[in-house]
Design a protein around this ligand. Structure first.
Ligand SMILES: N[C@@H](CCC[C@H](N)C(=O)O)C(=O)O
Length: 269
């Protein structure tokens, strides 16, 4: 049997999107990891499975390239918004989010940020606005959960950080019982950040939508910026707003690259 898929990306953060709303597709960690493999599979940063939902218009399941299922993916949310069109409520493990398309791009209401040490989660209590921890030159980060867990370091220049080496050390530190996405951010203007992200289980990516949300919220909490910030990633910019209703709104592009199909016997569940 063959399963159709759509290859999409948001600012170069790329996805294999499988629409399983009409016909169920069994997804195991083994199958997700095999499909995501860039050498022997289709290749992607995350695999996205769309299923029927009882609480929203669609259920979006997100698998990292190691096959682990996770709570949130900002760039994939915009890609799914583009694919479905119009205004859609999307159920995720991190909560219900809402995507809408307009001339300026795709906006997603990503939910509320959480700051409690046990909501990140961290292994033990501490201040999440100025964490009393460090890894070499990366010190005193902010921790924010925007559906998934993030830690944000404000640095003088994101490009001078060896994120390929430090990212996995921090991601797998016992301080983070569910591991962590690692962000390094630089303030480049009154409401502008540069950002690079080491994604949990995916490594360095061209862009991370939830990383942009978490870093913008961290900058706002530290009073470095106003409540609407442009975050520029290696793949391009996203606009992040934190509304008075405590909702994070992310706006940016999404693109379809191509459509194809794979054989279930080539990628056993
Ligand atoms: N690329 C994503 C984040 C995907 C999930 C992340 N790797 C995690 O494990 O939490 C985004 O655009 O937000």
């Amino acid at each position: 049997m063959r399963i159709p898929f759509r290859k999409m990306h948001g600012l170069g953060n790329d996805f294999v999107v499988i629409d399983a709303r009409e016909r169920a597709v069994e997804m195991s960690a083994r199958r997700a990891a095999a499909l995501a493999d860039r050498h022997t599979g289709i290749g992607c940063d995350q695999l996205i499975l769309l299923e029927p939902s009882e609480t929203a218009d669609v259920r979006m399941r997100i698998f990292n390239p190691d096959g682990g299922e996770v709570e949130a993916c900002g760039n994939a949310s915009r890609a799914v918004g583009l694919y479905l069109g119009g205004d859609k409520r999307i159920e995720t493990l991190g909560g219900i989010i809402a995507a809408s398309t307009s001339d300026t791009g795709i906006s997603v209401a990503m939910g509320r940020p959480r700051f409690g040490w046990d909501e990140i989660p961290l292994a033990y209590p501490m201040d999440t606005l100025t964490m009393p921890v460090g890894w070499e030159d990366l010190v005193e980060p902010v921790a924010v959960n925007v559906g998934n867990p993030h830690v944000i370091f404000f640095v003088p220049d994101t490009h001078s950080v060896d994120l390929a080496r430090l990212g996995p050390l921090i991601e797998n530190d016992p301080l983070f019982p569910r591991r962590i996405n690692v962000n390094v951010a630089t303030l480049t203007g009154p409401d502008a950040l540069d950002l690079r992200v080491w994604e949990r289980a995916a490594g360095l990516t061209r862009a991370c939508g939830t990383g942009a949300c978490a870093s913008a919220i961290a900058a706002m909490r530290r009073k470095l910026t106003g409540r609407r910030v442009t975050v520029t990633l290696p793949g391009g910019p996203l606009v992040i707003e934190w509304t008075d209703a405590d909702e994070i709104i992310m706006t940016g592009p999404a693109t379809t690259s191509f459509e194809g199909s794979f054989g279930t016997s080539d990628y056993p569940a």
